[in-house]
Design a protein around this ligand. Structure first.
Ligand SMILES: C[S@@+](CC[C@H](N)C(=O)[O-])C[C@H]1O[C@@H](n2cnc3c(N)ncnc32)[C@H](O)[C@@H]1O
Length: 259
């Protein structure tokens, strides 16, 4: 069971929903009196739902430490057994939760039990992430590391593009999908966390920590890590000269259905 810390979540959701919220239109947030954000983490989606809805938005997570840092109504709970009565809220939503669950269909069925009007998810397709970088080797290495991660992680982290099928199989009707692209740019002036992330690339620490979720022999992963460290050193050199730029695009799928 993977644990997330608030800083990591803030960094990976940086800029998300800041540019356009059109992809959330089918959630009909203006008509929502009571909504639930399951697997809310440090509240990246909860805050957006609260800004777009005049009603109450409750953040729900199984991790009490993440809920402690979140203002407004929260409840500790498990996506498979939500502490709500049938039809207890208008909308049940989640963001980047289903990709972390071993049985996403079971969670969606539970959402449909609790939602009176709509169920929604915002899930990435981590198999289709795009990387551009001023370090020539980085896009290909990022792709190879991602492929090993997709094969080794144990849950479907590319589920976003298939989330509509999961909704239909769970018995939801009128299922609609919209796409949203989150773009994460690293460029001067670099933030503290960006400088730290490049340092971790150069030392290979990031890949080492993800060893347990990456497929491949020890030898293959050692060789990938060696190439990765070299790429990280080039990135650190460019960073010192203010010449490093990296752009990552993550496709998210917003799926809405009716119970
Ligand atoms: C990748 S984070 C996403 C957090 C947030 N929704 C966001 O977009 O930043 C996944 C979250 O789901 C929570 N989570 C994982 N399994 C859960 C479960 N079975 N029930 C409730 N929350 C769960 C984790 O604690 C974590 O906060």
């Amino acid at each position: 069971m993977r644990h997330f810390d608030a800083e990591y979540l803030r960094e990976t959701r940086r800029g998300m929903w800041a540019d356009s919220r059109e992809a959330l239109a089918d959630l009909a947030l203006g008509e929502c009196d009571r909504a639930l954000d399951v697997g809310c983490g440090e509240g990246a989606l909860t805050r957006v739902l609260r800004e777009e809805s005049a009603g109450t938005v409750v953040g729900c997570d199984r991790d009490a430490r993440l809920l402690d840092g979140l203002d407004g109504p929260t409840v500790r709970g498990d996506a498979y057994r939500l502490p709500f009565v049938d039809g207890g809220v208008d909308l049940v939503a989640c963001q980047a939760l289903l990709i972390n669950l071993s049985d996403p269909g079971r969670a969606v069925r539970e959402f449909a039990r609790v939602a009176a009007d709509r169920v929604a998810c915002v899930e990435p397709d981590n198999g289709a992430v795009g990387v551009e970088s001023t370090v020539e080797a980085e896009p290909d290495l990022a792709r190879r590391a991602r492929e090993r991660y997709l094969a080794g992680v144990g849950t479907d982290v590319a589920l976003g593009s298939d989330a509509a099928d999961v909704f239909r199989e769970a018995g939801l009707s009128n299922v609609r999908t919209r796409r949203y692209e989150q773009t994460l740019v690293v460029e001067p002036p670099y933030s503290e966390s960006e400088i730290e992330a490049i340092g971790r690339k150069a030392s290979g620490a990031g890949l080492r920590e993800r060893r347990g979720t990456m497929a491949g022999t020890e030898e293959a992963l050692d060789s990938l890590r060696a190439e990765w460290r070299e790429m990280g050193r080039d990135a650190a050199d460019q960073l010192a000269r203010g010449a490093y730029r990296r752009e990552e695009t993550v496709p998210f799928y917003v799926v809405v259905g009716e119970p």
